[in-house]
Design a protein around this ligand. Structure first.
Ligand code: SF4
Length: 177
């Protein structure tokens, strides 16, 4: 079994604002959440191996996460000047993605790990899709691509999601075995 205390420490060192144990039994892969990807608000639907539909159907992903028995949940959050402060939102997202990648790389050296972030994979400057993925073992999907309702996962794991008016929170998780 992985030492979650040690992994949480690594997560904080990787730059996350917060990290806590995740009970993998709380992960419910929902079709309605996954369907949001089809609206393609981020512009990555059908453009990357880590995003739908290429990342696999939910049944396939349910089978994939079954083999993991432990996990942690991570957050990057911060204050915005106001609700239109898109610049800080972008900076927080960039910081979160960098931390997700950093910790994913570190954990992959020691564990079988499935990292789930916010947004598209981002390991390569431009995804090779539809040509074969350059690093299939390391690609990073978003929690939403796995049909996970982020605020609900936080709630079920006793992790605060809303940090107050004019704040922005990005979430990710790492499943381990
Ligand atoms: S590792 Fe590179 S090629 Fe593979 S899904 Fe990520 S961005 Fe695309």
């Amino acid at each position: 079994m992985a030492d979650l205390g040690k992994i949480i420490e690594k997560a904080l060192n990787a730059g996350f604002t917060d990290a806590a144990p995740l009970d993998v039994a709380t992960l419910e892969l929902r079709e309605d959440i996954r369907a949001n990807c089809e609206e393609n608000k981020c512009g990555m639907y059908g453009k990357c191996w880590s995003c739908p539909p290429a990342c696999g159907e939910l049944d396939e992903l349910r089978g994939k996460i079954k083999k993991y028995s432990q996990g942690i949940i991570v957050q990057t959050y911060g204050e915005l000047e106001d609700e239109f402060d898109f610049e800080t939102t972008r900076e927080l997202m960039k910081k979160h993605s960098a931390s997700v990648k950093k910790l994913a790389g570190e954990l992959a050296e020691e564990y079988d790990v499935l990292p789930l972030g916010a947004g598209t994979c981002g390991l390569c400057e431009t995804c090779s899709y539809p040509d074969p993925c350059r690093f299939p073992k390391y690609q990073i999907s978003s929690m939403e691509a796995y049909g996970l309702f982020v605020s609900d996962v936080c709630k079920k794991n006793n992790v605060q999601y809303y940090h107050g008016k004019n704040t922005q929170t990005f979430v990710g998780c790492y499943l381990l075995r």
